[in-house]
Design a protein around this ligand. Structure first.
Ligand code: NAD
Ligand code: LMR
Length: 335
């Protein structure tokens, strides 16, 4: 029995994500908000014979407030996507303001909601949401998540492809840690479950190629779409997968583990361990977390990694620190 709100619901991600959420029988309310076309998408989805009551809202006239009232989970895929030649950081100029304004709406109308941030650059937009929540005195680090699930989905798909075992893709779980852009994306193939064969893990060329493919999987889609945007359908699938985990955890199911970009200075156990493992004071990192009824219950340690995987950490951390500062100072500097 959960009300989910999608902000940016009429977009390339927003529409298929809303469709997948409408087909989830435990979602009982689905509220769609966008600056265009949200009521049309809502009426369309409302004809599907599943329980969720679907409503669509537009600005002005308090559309955002109406959409967010009673929200338990808010997913944010609002904002512009990349075109060929752009980095995710190039989106900051436009998306930072969009995310700030939506976060302000959530902080004032649904401060207890779980907030799932998809809008790029995730490494900076999550700190923006956190700073807005801090400003409003409603920040709970257990409830704000950067959605990095697509990196995990890609790692399984690409590894299964490389092994020429298509049926492995849906069973294979590869932790992907760090952040969500280029060098900050750190796939940890050595910890895959079920374990990958030594012939895969010890072949430097294969490993480097597949690590690169996961890190730059987004560019593959941007190039193929040739100016028409970035990943939308695979992202909708990944986003719906993550929402499903949050819903199950909120409903009391135990042992729900999900990878996500979180605030490490959380009162949930485990953030300090990650900092120790990394040997640095980075405030956010994407890691596996255990979810519970109040959000992040436990931040799980990174654990044992190979020398090759470890060699990628320094570059990731330095880029991540810059991205995080950019997000924080967008709100902090605006005092
Ligand atoms: P899109 O342009 O197709 O859709 C974005 C939607 O946001 C549009 O419908 C637009 O009207 C809406 N929007 C813009 N400003 C808004 C506002 N102030 N309030 C509400 N809605 C607003 O883009 P898309 O392909 O759906 O991508 C959306 C974002 O998701 C991009 O920033 C993209 O980079 C990001 N993304 C993230 C991941 C990830 O793994 N985290 C994956 C893919 C895409
Ligand atoms: C992705 O990983 O596909 C998204 O972050 C979109 C992008 O810009 O690559």
């Amino acid at each position: 029995m959960v009300k989910v709100v999608v902000l940016g619901a009429a977009g390339g991600i927003g529409q298929p994500l809303s469709l997948l959420l409408k087909t989830n029988p435990v979602v009982t309310g689905l509220s769609l908000y966008d600056i265009v076309n949200a009521p049309g998408v809502a009426v369309d989805l409302s004809h599907i014979n599943t329980p969720a009551k679907v409503e669509g809202f537009l600005p002005p006239n308090e559309g955002l407030k109406q959409a967010l009232t009673g929200a338990e989970i808010v997913v944010i895929p609002a904002g512009v996507p990349r075109k060929p030649g752009m980095t995710r950081d190039d989106l900051f100029k436009i998306n930072a303001g969009i995310v700030r304004d939506l976060a302000t709406g959530i902080a004032t109308t649904a401060p207890k909601a779980f907030v799932l941030v998809i809008s790029n650059p995730v490494n900076s937009t999550v700190p923006i949401v956190v700073e807005v929540f801090k400003k409003h005195g409603v920040f709970d680090p257990k409830r704000i998540f950067g959605v990095t699930t697509l990196d995990v989905v890609r790692a399984s798909t690409f590894a299964a492809e490389a092994l020429q075992e298509p049926s492995l893709a849906s069973k294979l779980v590869v932790p992907v840690i760090g952040g969500h852009s280029g060098v900050t994306i750190l796939p940890i193939f050595s910890q895959a479950q079920p374990p990958l064969p030594a012939s895969f893990l010890e072949n430097k060329e294969t490993l480097e190629a597949i690590t690169h493919r996961v890190r730059y999987g987004g560019d593959e889609v941007v190039k193929a779409k040739d100016g028409a945007g970035s990943a939308t359908l695979s992202m909708a699938y990944a986003g719906a997968t993550f929402v499903e985990k949050v819903v199950r955890a909120v409903s009391g199911e135990k042992n729900i583990v999900a990878p996500t970009f979180v605030y490490l200075e959380s009162d949930a156990a485990g953030g300090a361990v990650i900092k120790q493992e990394l040997g640095t004071d980075v405030p956010y990192f994407s890691v596996n977390v255990e979810l519970g009824p109040s959000g992040v219950e436990k931040i799980l340690p990174i654990g044992k990694v190979t020398a090759y995987e470890k060699s990628l950490f320094a570059g990731a951390l330095s880029e991540l620190e810059t991205n995080i500062k950019t997000g924080v100072s967008f709100i902090d500097g605006a005092k």
